[in-house]
Design a protein around this ligand. Structure first.
Ligand code: S3P
Length: 170
């Protein structure tokens, strides 16, 4: 494949960060997690950013961070689940890399994100399942449309998932 970066997109809990790290190692590429970069810059958690400044500001920071990836290459970039909700973000990723969608079944997703407190969009709400179903409806078709391929990560070993991705991008 021609374009040098690999952008991993997908719903929360789909494994973008853990798969991204192994993928980068295997491919001899660098690795960046956009949420982690925002946390480093702001010196506070994503939840604190949502609390202090709201989701709109978080989306602005996310877009700025993504824009900065235009200056790098040979990098696996793990994105936050909502990145595809901004048209401009899709354009940036399409122009500067290959987009891979990490897909996940609802039940596996629910198990993976259970009791994790670092996801502000799920906090303080009783019906996680309902929220995740709604998000899935809004987002799944977009991930699938913009990605060169979708790889299901449910009930698979990390190394096998990475091998699938490597086969696609090589
Ligand atoms: C979000 C997903 C999170 C993080 C933020 C918003 C979303 O990242 O960017 O909490 O809108 O789905 P992960 O997908 O890595 O959990």
């Amino acid at each position: 494949m021609q374009k040098s970066n690999v952008y991993l997109v997908g719903l929360m809990g789909s494994g973008k960060t853990s798969i991204g790290k192994i993928l980068a190692k295997r491919m001899g590429m660098n690795f960046i997690d956009l949420d982690d970069e925002i946390i480093k810059d702001q010196q506070c958690s994503i939840t604190e950013i949502f609390d202090k400044f709201g989701e709109k500001e978080f989306r602005h920071l996310e877009n700025k961070k993504l824009l900065s990836t235009l200056e790098i290459d040979n990098c696996v970039i793990s994105t936050g689940g909502g990145i595809i909700m901004e048209e401009d973000n899709i354009k940036i990723m399409v122009e500067n890399g290959s987009i891979i969608h990490l897909d996940i079944d609802l039940e596996t997703q629910l198990l993976r994100i259970k009791n994790k407190k670092n996801r502000p969009l799920l906090r303080d709400r009783d019906d996680e399942r309902k929220i995740l179903v709604k998000m899935r409806k809004e987002r799944d078709h977009i991930y699938k449309k913009i990605a060169v391929a979708s790889v299901n990560t449910s009930n698979k070993k990390r190394n096998d998932i990475v091998s699938e991705v490597v086969n696609i991008i090589e």
